[in-house]
Design a protein around this ligand. Structure first.
Ligand code: CS2
Ligand code: MG
Length: 469
């Protein structure tokens, strides 16, 4: 029965015409299969004839010839990706370190992703990103996004080296002379936190993240427990081959943290910027109370108050406080960031470039954030490698809405294996103008430090139930 076009229901007028068109197109040169086939042929042609970015500059076509996955443990475990090309001596180095799951990422890289890269044009970064993110159908998650980030960083490194430019120049050039940095001041008591903070200020830092142990509770995130601050600085030596169990109770934590910042403001004054990391430990109303109680101490930001699964609960914190909020190191994709940014429920987006898919993803997060006046504060701890720290700063100094950059100093043993990376001076981080990302890997040195299984601690409440660490 012929249906008048008007009431063709879900198909509707345009649908009908489209359907009519497609059926007519089916065997025409423009049919979907033919278009797809032509694209693949063109793609392979492009791959093989090198009609890539290089050829436009008279450079020979470029192809990926090898992907090396380097797992090493100088002071802690790192996973590095080295992508080699048809141009002798031209290779890219990326970091794909996911704390506590290093081997899973290395396996994904070696067994699943590397075969997809051989023969590809390394200069087609966005296409490779889409191919590796959407191509596998099963997408996202910390392991795949860390593997993708390692490849992405190595490809940006290659593009910068081939262009003879530092990556930030490819990202649009400088928007600032350096990236304001913060470091950690942790202690077993207020005086120890003050002491570590003073040493950081003497070193030129203008911003310090403060964490203190909770009396009566063995092991609190970011604090040395019964170790000295230096010994506790997150080295493998302290990461057990099975997770250590740390106790946590919100009540004493909610009492002590505001007192810590009252103490630090009295001792250090109003000028120094102070930050604190809740590390996803609190329930919504507890987070609202803490953010409210910290208002008098004008924190630069309060970080990761809630678990990443509870984005909508940030509304409750906003209702009760004007303390700036930062969130995001546990996000694994650009899309995880959308709700909090779009509703301006946070002031700083704190993704980890190494766990959301690298520079290609981070630029998009930064642009989305710019649209809603949210600034960046990329994750920058000691358990991601110098290449990711370098990528952080290349993005930081080339975007308009940079906020602040977490940083750590890497020990000499790590620098023996991974050289280069951002430098710290007078409160700011910067990258050099060498082409690419500015890091390199010493594969012989890496072999001297084989992987050692290590786990982050796990936290439990006094009643024995699991608690976010
Ligand atoms: C922390 C990290 O620096 C931070 O903000 O949240 O140190 C985090 O604990 C580690 O990266 C976990 O692997
Ligand atoms: Mg954190």
């Amino acid at each position: 029965m012929h249906q008048p076009i008007s009431n063709l229901g879900w198909l509707g007028r345009r649908g009908f015409l489209g359907l009519a068109g497609v059926t007519a197109l089916a065997d025409s040169p423009l049919s979907h299969n033919r278009v797809a086939a032509a694209l693949v042929a063109k793609d392979t042609l492009a791959q093989n004839t090198g009609s890539s970015a290089g050829s436009s500059r008279g450079l020979p076509p470029l192809k990926i010839t090898d992907v090396r996955v380097i797992v090493t443990c100088p002071d802690r475990n790192y996973v590095l990706v080295k992508i080699l090309t048809t141009e002798s001596g031209l290779y890219g180095v990326g970091d794909a370190t996911l704390n506590g799951r290093e081997l899973a990422v290395a396996e994904d890289l070696e067994k699943h992703l590397a075969p997809l890269l051989i023969g590809r044009d390394p200069e087609r970064i966005e296409d490779t990103w889409q191919y590796l993110y959407r191509g596998p159908y099963w997408r996202g998650g910390p392991i795949q996004m860390t593997a993708l980030a390692g490849i992405d960083l190595a490809l940006w490194d290659i593009k910068g080296k081939r262009a003879g430019m530092p990556v930030y120049q490819l990202l649009g050039g400088r928007t600032r002379m350096g990236a304001l940095a913060y470091t950690h001041a942790s202690g077993r008591d207020f005086a120890e936190v003050e002491d570590v903070a003073r040493r950081a200020l003497e070193r030129g830092f203008k911003c310090v993240r403060a964490q203190v142990a909770i009396p009566g509770l063995e092991g609190t995130y970011g604090t040395p427990g019964n170790k000295t601050p230096e010994a506790a600085a997150g080295r493998v030596a302290n990461m057990a081959s099975l997770p250590e169990i740390e106790a946590f109770e919100p009540a004493p934590y909610l009492r002590i943290v505001p007192k810590l910042f009252e103490y630090l403001r009295a001792k250090l004054g109003q000028e120094v910027e102070l930050l604190h990391d809740c590390h996803e430990k609190l329930d919504p109303i507890q987070a609202a109370r803490l953010a409210h109680d910290l208002e008098p101490y004008h924190l630069f930001f309060l970080e990761d108050c809630l678990r990443p699964e509870y984005k909508e609960s940030f509304r409750l914190i906003r209702e009760h406080s004007t303390t700036p909020l930062a969130m995001g190191e546990l996000f694994n994709s650009l899309w995880d960031c959308v709700p909090l940014i779009k509703e301006q429920l946070i002031d700083y987006i704190r993704c980890d470039l190494g766990h959301i898919g690298g520079i290609t993803a981070a630029r998009k997060v930064a642009t989305l954030a710019e649209l809603f006046q949210v600034r960046t504060a990329w994750h920058g701890p000691g358990d991601i490698g110098p290449s990711t720290h370098a990528a952080n700063v290349h993005v930081d100094i080339s975007i308009p809405n940079f906020g602040i950059q977490e940083m750590v100093f890497f020990p000499d043993v790590t620098r023996e294996v991974i050289s280069g990376g951002p430098e710290f001076k007078d409160g700011y981080m910067n990258v050099s103008d060498v082409p690419g990302l500015g890091c390199d890997v010493n594969e012989e040195a890496a072999k001297r430090y084989p992987y050692r299984r290590a786990y982050l601690p796990t936290a439990r409440r006094r009643d024995g139930s699991v608690q976010d660490w």
